[in-house]
Design a protein around this ligand. Sequence first.
Ligand code: SAM
Ligand code: DTB
Ligand code: SF4
Length: 367
Amino acid sequence: MISNQEYTSKQDLLNLYNKPLLELIFEAATVHRKYHNPREVQMSSLLSIKTGGCAEDCGYCPQAARYHTDVKAHKLMTLDSVVNQAKNAKENGSSRLCMGAAWREVRDNRDFDRVIEMVQAVNNLDMEVCCTLGMMNENQAKRLKDAGLFAYNHNLDTSKDYYDDVISTREYEDRLNTISNARKAGISVCSGGIIGMGEAVEDRIGLLMSYMAMDTPPESIPINALVAVEGTPMQDQKPIEQWEMIRMVATTRIAFPKSVVRLSAGRTKMTMEGQALCFMAGASSIFAGDKLLTTPNPEYNEDMEMFKTLGLIPKEAFADSKKPETKPDPIIEKRKIKELERLAELKTARANVKGFQPRKIKIIDAL
Ligand code: SAM
Ligand code: DTB
Ligand code: SF4
């Protein structure tokens, strides 16, 4: 997975971004056709498995606890409801499920064990499983990989220079470390950014330069337009023109010819023609379904109409690489054995002691 050796400096990419638009689209379309089937678009469904109440201060995010938005906080979903939602998404044509949690980082607790079970279950439905859970260490990445995780989404969001204007509660370096931990565990990396947060064009290119500096750039690069949510510090940001989205998609496509460029948040504000130019310029993936994590997205039917009009077809799961194997998770297996032992003990106690009542245990689910 290499980057385009014709454009290696920041100035090269800036010149590319600022090229006459139709020239830029033509060049991107040409690169796209060399490495991808231009009719295929991957449909990925997002599912917010744990919503709101996040400790971070990401200026764009409606799920940060410190901002007063309409987002209602929810604890971690149950395994059954995730499996039901995954089945729905699959029926509607999605080949990938991306499960998002409003966490600063993964913690080694019961909630993470449940996420491992979710990954195992969705992989068993023959869907590509992606998670976006915040920062994680090498060990946590390995557990996810062994559960059958296909991809990990962890966005750098913007350039290193602009980062401090957007988030203060963590460092750019922290994000890079998590990406490297996913990579080391053999998980496919999905990492990209947001445009329209008040950044300069140089920052958009700076984001791409951060990926250029990696030995292996992300297999998937989501390009989001800011969804300016009331209550966040970015609520009054002026919406970007769709031409900017098209330029960013095209520049990313040319810079990383083999990666999947994902036309992500912001599609509700785009016309079908604007999206068509993004597909022409090399976008080959969308988030499907009427909700992103907490904000609206076009309806399935609307997207299917668009696919029909533009002659696009949904891409099959595991079209380019093998389905990951799901291995038993040692922590979960150990817990199951303990639970079985306890049940056996209870059975024996019941048989031996007349009038025996098991001790009541109160389980408190943390947010
Ligand atoms: N908490 C985890 C994290 O920050 O990595 C995972 C969930 S977080 C919501 C996933 C990504 O959604 C962010 O990195 C950001 O790029 C994107 N995002 C969040 N709010 C957004 C918004 N209002 N507009 C566009 N993209 C947004
Ligand atoms: C990504 O780059 N965009 C998605 C996904 N990865 C996790 C998230 C977009 C979130 C938009 C705001 C919301 O719905 O809360
Ligand atoms: Fe939390 Fe992720 Fe939102 Fe930042 S982007 S506030 S880490 S949920």
